[in-house]
Design a protein around this ligand. Sequence first.
Ligand code: GLY
Length: 569
Amino acid sequence: MPLGTTPNKFMGHVFLLLISMCLFACTEQVDEAQLLSTPTVRQAAVAMPDSYSADVAKDILQKGGNAVDAAIAAQFVLAVTLPEAGNIGGGGFMLVYKDKKSDFIDYREQAPLSSHRDMYLDENGDVIPYQSVIGILASGVPGTVAGMWLAHEKYGSLPWKELVEPAFNLAEQGFKVHPKLAQSIERYIARLEKRGFDVNFKDYFAGAKADQLFKQLELADTLKRIRDQGRDGFYKGQTAKIISDFMRKEKGLVTEQDLLSYEAKSRTPISSNWREYQLLTSPPPSSGGIAIIQWLKMYDLITRDQQKLTHNSAAYLHLLAEIGKRVFADRAEYLGDPDFVEVPVVSLISDEYIAMRSQTILRDSISVTELVKPGLKESEQTTHFSIMDKWGNAVSNTTTINLGYGSGVVVEGAGFLLNDEMDDFSSKPGVANVFGAVGGQANEIQPKKRMLSSMTPSMVLKDGEVSFVTGSPGGTTIISSVYLSILNALEFSMSAEDVVNKPRFHHQLLPKDVIRYHDGVDPAVISELEQMGYIMSKRRFGDMQVILNHEGKIDAASEGNGRGKSIVF
Ligand code: GLY
């Protein structure tokens, strides 16, 4: 096969099918000896996107709660103190490693029952600008409360009420607004006004001023119902009535029936051996787990017989961009909600397939984009946190309402922001939407289907112990943040602080030959890549929260650019 081309679609499918038939063992489990080994971790740690969630998570752990208890409490706190992404009106993924067993709680939003494939197209079949992004029609059915409830039923050790109480208090009594949050809210209101979007965000958030106390009383009442009635405090009774009445009034799609029928799902995480480690990561409807495994395995395969590449050198960036082209081509072709489409997970991360995929990678020049199938592009809010308790259990949790502040719509009477996750579907298969996103049939809208995600909460295990917990927000750039964090930690042996703060980069097939990068990449590297033909675009992404376990000595860090806080104790 000539360099720079991908196999044709038919051959690709046949190849995947053959590998699927003969491979069963890609999701390697921890072996028995590992299960019996004694945990070495004695310290606990949290790496959180803001100080309120960090302090509450630490309190819960210090009260004797486990990592899942702390994660549930933190998730609710973030719905109050990090409104751009923390939520009860959105969804997410929680990767759990507890008592040496792994689990993945999928609380992703799903398409409303009355949604349909062409709902964002006009009478000419063209995508209606912004409709899947801003306003009442942009929301999928929220999954967060169901997800936290399921996590608590399976793993919680402290009473549910105790875990929701801190969030309720922060909403009712108020919290001091971080200047970065106040600025972000101001900018968002200005943007909504400039573009003439008629949503009620300003009515609820204009009062959030830097360093002043900000109360959210409607949200407090909703959290009180969730605290007292659990899952039913959101999906049934008064909250469900408020949501569905509001939807009817505003001509939205989410009904009582949508809320009643929503279910969080427990899925098997993707697990794959990589070097002497076991990678534990996100299965579909996340695209991220498959992507990071492909990235790391191709990297190893191509570099195994040579001198280690210099961190953030032109050769390093180019190689990872070449791999990224293939990873994102697969993402567009094969990935969607596994309850609706067959996703060939085993095949896509098998050594045979990785070897085949690697053959076309060019070391000295850029593969022709048009010859590699296009990938998706997504928006960039979302938030992530990582927690490890003193028993060595860990949670890696990524949660989102999609764009910053979601759809910009607050449920009147319930006080929480609704997501705009419907934009993660492809509005029209094969055609770019207003943000340049391209998708295929696998990710088209269908009632109750979950939209494809890039959220990639992940962990690395060694001998059955958690060595590294990682994750980040950032739409499709999440995938780069996560695999780069694994290389930073394990290929380049960095401290947690360096793992999150060394400049990163991202390439995803489209836009053509564009590498997005953080400030701080060596200018000589930038020019070298420009000479090769790359278009270098400096724009920050992500907000990583990581925990490293060096045989019991814990190191944690929150990315410096955000307003996060990490604590080891
Ligand atoms: N909404 C961003 C993602 O799920 O990838």
